[in-house]
Ligand binder design. Structure first.
Ligand code: FES
Length: 230
C-alpha cells in the first residue's frame, strides 16, 4: 500500500482540505505533475485547474484551484490557492457570472488594467494574475515590461527580484533575464514568456496572451509627466 502524506489546500479565506492522502496530481504552469510520499522538496507555480488526489481509503477527490503555488516536502503538500473549492461545492451560475465580469473588464483590444505606474518601485515589479498566469510587471528607466513570474531554473518568483545591470535577477539563485525579451543574456539560454504592455493616463495595461519565451516586446514608455509625479 502506498505511503500516506498530508495534503493541505488553503484558499485566502479558509482551509479547503487537510487530510492524509496517497497521491496528488496538480496543474503546474508547465503541465500537470504527480506527487507521492517522499517527493523531493519543491515549490511549483500552479495555473487554474483541477487538483486530484487519492485519500488513504483509495477514494478519488477533485478540487478546483484558481492558480497559486504548491510547496512540496517529503511528508506534506501545501497548496496556497488564489481560490479553491471542492468539486461538489462549485456554484456553476456564480462561476459563469464571474467569467462574464472578467471578460467585460478587458478592453476591446484585450488589454487589462493591472495597476497604476506609481505602484511599481523603480527597478522592481508588481506581480499580477492574468488568465491564471502570474505576470511580473517591471518598471525601469522610464519603461514598463512584463514577463512571466516563473524562473526557468526552479520556478523562483521573478517579480520579487530586482533589475540589476539591466536584467531581471531571480531572488533565489540569481538567474537573469532581459525585461524586454524574457531571454537570459549570452552565453545563457533560459527564456521566459513575455507580454505586451501599455501605459495610459498613469495606468499599466497588459495583454493577457503570453508570447513565446524569449519573444522581444517593445516596452511601454512612461511619459515625462508621470515620471516626475511618481
Ligand atoms: S529559481 Fe533558481 S535562479 Fe531562479
Amino acid at each position: 500500500m502506498a505511503a500516506d502524506f498530508t495534503l493541505s489546500v488553503v484558499a485566502p479565506d479558509r482551509s479547503v482540505v487537510e487530510e492524509q492522502v496517497t497521491s496528488v496530481v496538480a496543474p503546474g504552469t508547465e503541465g500537470y505533475f504527480g506527487v507521492m510520499a517522499g517527493h523531493v522538496p519543491l515549490i511549483a507555480a500552479l495555473k487554474p485547474g483541477i487538483v486530484e488526489y487519492l485519500d488513504s481509503h483509495n477514494q478519488r477527490h477533485f478540487i478546483y484551484a484558481g492558480g497559486g503555488f504548491a510547496e512540496i516536502t517529503p511528508s506534506h503538500v501545501t497548496i496556497l490557492a488564489d481560490e479553491a473549492a471542492r468539486a461538489g461545492d462549485i456554484d456553476v451560475s456564480d462561476a459563469e457570472k464571474r467569467l462574464d465580469e472578467a471578460r467585460s473588464a478587458a478592453g476591446a483590444d484585450g488589454f487589462v488594467e493591472v495597476c497604476a505606474v506609481d505602484q511599481i518601485p523603480e527597478n522592481r515589479a508588481v506581480v499580477v494574475s492574468l488568465s491564471g498566469e502570474r505576470v511580473a510587471v517591471f518598471r525601469y528607466d522610464g519603461n514598463v515590461s512584463a514577463i512571466s513570474n516563473v524562473c526557468r531554473h526552479q520556478n523562483g518568483p521573478l517579480g520579487e527580484g530586482r533589475i540589476i545591470d539591466g536584467c531581471v535577477t531571480c531572488p533565489w539563485h540569481g538567474y537573469q533575464y532581459l525585461p524586454g525579451t524574457g531571454a537570459s543574456p549570452p552565453p545563457f539560454t533560459e527564456k521566459v514568456p513575455t507580454y505586451r504592455t501599455q501605459v495610459i493616463d498613469g495606468k499599466v495595461l497588459i495583454h493577457p496572451c503570453a508570447h513565446a519565451p524569449g519573444t522581444p516586446i517593445e516596452p511601454a514608455r512612461i511619459d515625462q509627466a508621470e515620471r516626475i509625479q511618481a
